[in-house]
Write a protein that binds this ligand. Structure first.
Ligand code: COA
Length: 383
């Protein structure tokens, strides 16, 4: 077919681009499922390592499989020296997402199986990419702050080791579990913008580094992964609970958007927000102040009330409470989006492997709305 026959769907909303076995979302009912398992079940009972295995294999691992998969991930955490040297050349004030995009792309030059594109080689590459993404984010932060890089600890989980590499302190069990749950909740979300970007790139049969680099670029925008940072900046700008009401009134009154609220698919509460709300409160209590949680809760109540008045089903999304949770854990605000990538790299990879397995080049059409039948004129005769 050479001429598109259907109507234009701006933003491809509600267009199904491909079958997938990885993730199911019911936006009206607020249901999120990874390969058959409800996100609530996974957030309450699973670990990030187990969730990654699920996303890549379509089933939960048996004990020995989980042990060997976790060991494989632990064994691949170290970064190539060349990538560390590259990060050291970045200006100290580089935006961490820019650093991550560039450094992740550079990993390809050091891939020990660079020319190998078999399914087995891609699976081994998937493990390296997932393990190294966490180490990269920690290294980017430590290097920009002039801190020494730390050796990964084989006795720590993916989440706990990441926090250790970042902060230099072994996290408390609450901190480690909060990060583990955050990683589970962010791991996949069907054909969101960054995953779709990864699949578009993989669909050209470009390699996995190219696909994941595309995804990191797409994640960086404030309408996608960048929203969690925007939420914390908003909370810091508001400053205290007394200022919440006037801020929300002014923002919404001027037709502005409150970051971390609303979703392209959910028309009810984002099920991930339910867990992050609880975690924000819990971590706040353990750290001795629920100030940021309380402010978030008040903003949420006011926005929902106003949206109900406007007849709009707009609720908190995954970014709204992850902001205050990370803040209470002492994580720098500009690392929130890179941390999203530390988790989502697992989902991106699952989708890239699925795309390779049954590939079709992704190539939509546009509806041409520009001028037609114009006559070319020499450059000096143009008006
Ligand atoms: N604050 C205030 N109003 C909002 C809003 C928000 N966060 N999100 C959506 N709305 C309003 C829009 O202004 C629009 O109003 P209109 O119908 O009068 O034009 C209506 O709700 C629908 O919004 P729209 O932007 O068309 O929804 P969408 O489904 O296309 O977009 C988002 C979804 C995520 C882009 C949007 O909700 C948003 O920008 N949220 C803030 C950024 C964010 O948190 N992103 C992370 C997503 S996980």
């Amino acid at each position: 077919m050479t001429t598109p026959t259907t109507t234009t769907h701006e933003g491809l909303r509600d267009i199904v681009a491909s079958p997938s076995r990885i993730c199911f979302i019911d936006g009206d009912k607020g249901i999120l499922v990874y390969s058959g398992y409800n996100i609530h079940d996974l957030a309450e009972n699973s670990t990030f390592e187990e969730t990654v295995f699920l996303l890549w294999n379509g089933r939960l691992p048996r004990r020995e499989e989980l042990e060997s998969f976790s060991a494989e991930l632990r064994a691949c955490r170290q970064l190539p020296g060349g990538v560390i040297s590259l990060i050291r050349t970045f200006p100290r004030d580089i935006i961490p997402m820019d650093a991550l995009r560039t450094a992740f792309s550079a990993l390809s030059a050091y891939d020990p199986e660079r020319e190998e594109t078999s399914a087995e080689a891609n699976r081994r590459r998937a493990v390296r990419m997932t393990a190294q993404c966490a180490t990269l984010v920690a290294a980017i932060d430590r290097i920009r702050n002039g801190n020494e890089l730390l050796e990964s600890r084989a006795d720590l989980s993916h989440a706990a080791n990441f926090l250790y590499l970042l902060t230099g302190k072994v996290p408390t069990s609450i901190e480690a579990r909060a990060m583990d749950i955050a990683l589970i909740l962010h791991a996949d979300h069907e054909f969101n913008a960054s995953t779709f970007a990864a699949r578009v790139t993989a669909g050209t049969l470009a390699d996995m580094y190219a696909a994941i680099t595309s995804a990191i670029a797409a994640l960086s925008g404030p309408l996608h992964g960048g929203a969690n940072e925007a939420v914390m900046k908003m909370l810091l700008e508001i400053g205290s609970i007394e200022n919440v009401e006037s801020y929300v009134e002014k923002k919404l009154g001027a037709g502005g958007k409150i970051m971390g609220i609303g979703h392209a698919v959910y028309r009810t509460e984002d099920p991930r927000a339910t867990h992050l709300r609880r975690m924000s409160e819990e971590v706040g209590k353990v750290k001795g102040s629920t100030r940021w949680f309380d402010m978030s809760k008040r903003i949420e109540e006011l926005v929902i009330a106003e949206m109900n008045r406007r007849n709009k089903a707009i609720r908190a999304n995954v970014d709204f409470y992850s902001a205050s949770t990370y803040y209470m854990m002492g994580i720098p605000v500009d690392l929130y989006t890179p941390i999203f990538a530390v988790s989502r790299v697992s989902g991106w990879i699952g989708h890239v492997l699925e795309q390779y397995h049954n590939n079709k080049l992704i190539r939509p059409r546009s509806e041409y709305v520009g001028p037609s039948d114009l006559k070319w004129a020499p450059v000096d005769q143009r008006s």
